[in-house]
Design a protein around this ligand. Sequence first.
Ligand code: ADP
Ligand code: MG
Length: 310
Amino acid sequence: MSDLRITRIGPDQAGTLLAVVRAAFGARPAVDPPPDALTETEESLAALLAPFGGLLATVDGEPVGGLVLDPVGVSVYLRRFGVLPSAQGHGVATALVEAAEEAAEGYVDLRVLAREELPRTVRFWEHKGFARIGRTPPLIALSRPLRPPRLTRTVHTPEELQDLGRRLGPLLRAGDLLILTGDLGAGKTTFTQGLGEGLGVRGPITSPTFVIARIHPSLRGGPDLVHVDAYRLGSIEELEDLDLDTDFDEVVTVVEWGSGIAEVLGESRLEVRIGREEGRPGELEHGESRQVELFPVGPRWRGASWQDLH
Ligand code: ADP
Ligand code: MG
């Protein structure tokens, strides 16, 4: 495949999408009643595209796949999803799902309805990370949760940075892993201090300069906070060698400088990246505003919301 592109389309492209949908659905095994996709007209498809649009996949400018994005409540349904038989097996479907995920940012999940007489289609969606959530014959509903959007925030003072941590604290639970990255003096420890307050753990939280890790017990029956400075740690084995006597499933773990070292502690993590404001090159200066990015990775954060941080 040479030049695969996914573009957002509106109702004016209904004719192009209709041709793709007809070719894709026409090639599938016949089902009774026939899929709505095959009774679609240019007018009806334009009406379906009107509220939120759809996606069109092209290879070297030729349409090969597409779908309609249909938001219903907190979900975005993918409808009329089709890839031309001649273009299948080249990543077109995956690219369409990824683009849909981007287009649906801010919603809780992507959903599809598949015909239960077509187990291959159902398996296709399961393979793409969708799970069955319901069945209304002849349809099976599948859902794939969306990752919460990244949060980017500018903080002007150390107090503002601590305040962000303080408000994040209550959103955390046992087993959570936070990886803090940023240069020396960026504010990783400052952020952790606020986080400790928000979690309600015993302080003081300081740079663990001589001690690589400290356990701050909860003062209110919540998870303890394990605060690790991985600056001088070469690998995760060294962290495990510290023999912290801690079950990481029962605590909230914050690792400063943990990028590339601590990811193996869990399948999910929240990366907290502290740096210069967008586009400003060079080193952070003391007293300068910082940009903080919360970058969630893994299933733990699917469906989570940063609303309480605003
Ligand atoms: P790190 O743990 O990343 O090495 P620290 O939190 O220990 O960094 O130190 C950050 C230092 O920068 C603190 O002395 C803090 O007062 C100072 N500072 C100045 N301006 C800011 C700001 N806008 N945000 C965070 N820290 C700031
Ligand atoms: Mg520090």
